[in-house]
Design a protein around this ligand. Structure first.
Ligand code: NAD
Ligand code: UDP
Length: 320
C-alpha cells in the first residue's frame, strides 16, 4: 500500500483521482484550500479509513510523509484563474516549489498536472510535446499559461539538479461529472444552458476547436504516467485527439438534450486559442495500453445526466 498526496484533490479531476487511487488499494491524503473545489465532491470517501482530508493552501509549505504526490492544485477554468491572477501564479509557482521541496526531502515521486495551455495559441497542429508554444506572456491567460510553464521548468530543474523523481503531463480539455455547473468552461456552460432552455453562448464565430477528453481517460493516463520507468519524466500529452469546433459541440449538446435553446454569439475573449489537438503518439508508446476510450457523445451523455441530476437537487454521490 502506497501513501499518496493529491493536491487539489477536492476539485473536479482530483476527486476522481482520489477515488481511483483508493479503489486501487492506496492510502490517499487529499489537500485542498476549497477555492474551486468542494467537500461534497469527496465526502463519499470520508468513511474510508485510508482517506484523509487536509485544508491547506499549496502556496505555503506542508510537511507530511508520503510515497507519491499528484500536484493538481490550481484553478483550471479561465473565469476562475483570471479572478485573482497573482494568486494563480503563486499557486502554480510557489505550489510547485513547496511540493517539489517536500518530494525532495521525503524522497517521493511527484507528478505535475500541466496543461495544453503551455502551447498557447499554437502555430503547429496537432501539438507534439517538442513544440515550444506560442503564449502571450502579458495577456489575460498568462497567469495560468506562464505559471504552468514555470512549474514545468521547476520540475525539470529539481529532477536535473536534485534527482527528484518527477513526471509532467500536459492535460487537454477534460470534462465529466463533478465539474461545477457554474465552472465557466465550455462543456458545463453549454450543457447547463441547454438543460435550462437558455441561449447557448458561443464566443466568437464558434469555429475555434478543442479536443475534449472524458475524465476517466485522463485519470487512467495520469496513473499510468506515474508508474512509468524513473528515467521517463515527460512532458507527455494526455488528451483525446477528436477535434471539434465550438459550433459542433453546441450542436451535439442540443441534439443529446433535445433542447430548444438557440445559439447566440458573444465576443471572443482575447488570446483565445484558435485550435487545439494533442499529438498522443508519445503517450501511446510510453503509457502501456493507454489511449482515450470514451468518445465525445458517450462522454457528453454521462455528463448531461450528471448535470440534469444536479438541477433536480440530487446529491453528487447519487449521480456519479
Ligand atoms: P478544479 O478547479 O476543479 O480543481 C482545482 C482544485 O485545486 C480545486 O479543488 C481547488 O480548490 C484547488 N486549489 C486551487 N488553488 C489551490 C491552492 N492554492 N491550494 C490548494 N488547493 C488549491 O480544476 P480541474 O479541472 O480539476 O483541474 C485540476 C488540475 O488539472 C489543475 O492543475 C489544472 O490546471 C489541470 N488541468 C485541467 C484541465 C481540464 O480540462 N480539466 C486541463 C489542463 C490542466
Ligand atoms: N467558450 C464558448 N462559450 C462559453 C465558454 C467558452 O464559446 O460559454 C469557448 C471559449 O472561448 C474557448 C472554448 O470555448 O474557445 C473552450 O473554452 P474553455 O474555457 O472551456 O477552455 P479553454 O479556452 O481554456 O480551452
Amino acid at each position: 500500500m502506497k501513501r499518496i498526496l493529491v493536491t487539489g484533490g477536492a476539485g473536479f479531476v482530483g476527486s476522481h483521482l482520489c477515488e481511483r487511487l483508493l479503489k486501487e488499494g492506496n492510502e490517499v491524503v487529499c489537500m485542498d484550500n476549497y477555492f474551486t473545489g468542494r467537500k461534497s465532491k469527496i465526502v463519499h470517501l470520508m468513511d474510508n479509513p485510508y482517506f484523509e482530508l487536509i485544508r491547506h493552501d499549496v502556496t505555503l509549505p506542508y510537511f507530511i510523509e508520503v510515497d507519491e504526490i499528484y500536484n493538481l492544485a490550481c484553478p483550471a477554468s479561465p473565469v476562475h484563474y483570471q479572478h485573482n491572477p497573482i494568486k494563480t501564479i503563486k499557486t502554480s509557482v510557489l505550489g510547485a516549489i513547496n511540493m517539489l521541496g517536500l518530494a525532495k526531502r521525503i524522497n517521493a515521486k511527484i507528478l505535475q498536472a500541466s496543461t495544453s495551455e503551455v502551447y498557447g495559441d499554437p502555430e503547429v497542429h496537432p501539438q507534439p510535446e517538442n513544440y515550444w508554444g506560442h503564449v502571450n506572456p502579458i495577456g489575460i491567460r498568462s497567469c495560468y499559461d506562464e505559471g504552468k510553464r514555470c512549474a514545468e521548468s521547476l520540475f525539470v530543474n529539481y529532477h536535473q539538479s536534485n534527482n527528484v523523481l518527477v513526471k509532467i503531463i500536459r492535460i487537454f480539455n477534460t470534462y465529466g461529472p463533478r465539474m461545477e455547473p457554474d465552472d465557466g468552461r465550455v462543456v458545463s456552460n453549454f450543457i447547463m444552458q441547454a438543460l435550462q432552455g437558455h441561449d447557448i453562448t458561443i464566443f466568437g464565430d464558434g469555429l475555434q476547436t478543442r479536443s475534449f477528453q472524458y475524465v476517466s481517460d485522463l485519470v487512467d493516463g495520469m496513473i499510468k504516467m506515474m508508474n512509468t520507468e524513473d528515467d521517463f519524466i515527460g512532458p507527455i500529452n494526455i488528451g483525446n485527439p477528436g477535434e471539434f469546433t465550438m459550433l459542433e459541440l453546441a450542436e451535439n449538446i442540443i441534439d443529446l438534450t433535445g433542447s430548444k435553446s438557440k445559439i447566440t454569439h458573444q465576443p471572443l475573449p482575447s488570446d483565445d486559442p484558435m485550435q487545439r489537438k494533442p499529438d498522443i503518439s508519445l503517450a501511446k508508446e510510453k503509457l502501456r495500453e493507454w489511449q482515450p476510450s470514451v468518445d465525445l457523445r458517450t462522454g457528453l451523455e454521462k455528463t448531461i445526466k450528471y448535470f440534469d441530476g444536479t438541477l433536480q437537487d440530487k446529491s453528487i454521490q447519487e449521480l456519479v
